[in-house]
Design a protein around this ligand. Sequence first.
Ligand SMILES: NC(=O)c1ccc[n+]([C@@H]2O[C@H](COP(=O)([O-])OP(=O)(O)OC[C@H]3O[C@@H](n4cnc5c(N)ncnc54)[C@H](O)[C@@H]3O)[C@@H](O)[C@H]2O)c1
Length: 353
Amino acid sequence: MPKTKVALIGVGNCACALIQGLQYYGKTDKKQVLTGLRNHSLGGLTPSDIQVVAAFDIDERKVGKDLAEAIFAKPNNAPKVANIAKTGVKVHKGPLLDGVGDQTKTVVQFSKASDADVAQELKKAGAEIVINLLPSGATKASAFYAEQALAAKCAFVNTTPNFIASNPDWAKRFADAGLPLVGDDLVDQVGSTALHRTLLQLLAGNGVKITETYQLDVGGGTESMDTMDRTRDAKRAIKTESVASTLPYKTEVVAGSTDYVDFLQNKRDSYFWISGTYFCNAPMQIDLKFSTVDAPNAGSVLFDIVRAVKLAQSKKLKGSIEAICAYGFKHPPQMLTLEAAEEAFKKFVAENS
Ligand SMILES: NC(=O)c1ccc[n+]([C@@H]2O[C@H](COP(=O)([O-])OP(=O)(O)OC[C@H]3O[C@@H](n4cnc5c(N)ncnc54)[C@H](O)[C@@H]3O)[C@@H](O)[C@H]2O)c1
């Protein structure tokens, strides 16, 4: 079976976790394959069927370096869990555009190399799927790389909260080109939004009237820094909409990122507050802290999405692929309940394997 060839736009913390995960789960040790992944085999594909063939960044500590070295370069701070042998894939210099905000300028070292012809490099590498892992504030840069994916005839996976898959104009352009498009804003494997939605669904299903609830995150990666600077409001709107959609009635809901705390490194703490009433107006409250490491939280979902997009490509599906978007993203073109999204994804995989 030929490998699924992917290109990474942005060699930051998520890319670091993804590449380490490919090595970690590429081994055949049974215990390892059974822990930490939602699906080891999906549509007959395992993580070892995924191959990274190209990568782009703008930081001089990453550009020109082999991916094995670039993923551990500063300011990345995702934990190292695997020794990565040379991959033979050198990081190209991509155009900067709005990739770096005022805050992250303080931690990025700009490469002076000249910009690669992105579409050309994607074609040369034989890339089939482009994964956009740019900072969340990189709106113009995300659009630029989506254009390059179109030009190189690649599917596009948008992990950022910029609206691409959920924008009907982009969906039409990918559909017209015969290419799959999925997004927007990746869900985490053990995510605060999914946990919040599950708790609310459980309570509301049991007859609880939620009166107010919030979920506030603090994190320490550059993405948290960029969120504070450029996308706090947009991310808050996406998360709040996603959480509120779980309840069958309107109530006070706030969900979003609150602050950047450098010493947390790649960790993220989420604080939940839920207040409501149940039988004869009796009060109930939940006050909860949930701690995760950010980058590894993207790995398992990305493995599933890449393999599902490969299935879509093999069946010549095009445009926004709703079952993949609803399963893997917080702002899909069509929001489904967690159960309906899981069901739609399983059905999609079964029908297209
Ligand atoms: N669990 C998760 O980590 C998670 C979950 C949901 C969504 N996401 C999304 O994934 C994306 C990546 O997150 P991250 O933590 O890896 O971010 P990061 O800040 O660690 O990495 C971003 C990388 O993009 C590079 N970059 C900036 N501008 C560029 C350009 N013009 N061309 C090429 N490269 C450029 C940066 O140098 C950096 O290496 C974010 O948009 C985030 O919202 C992540």
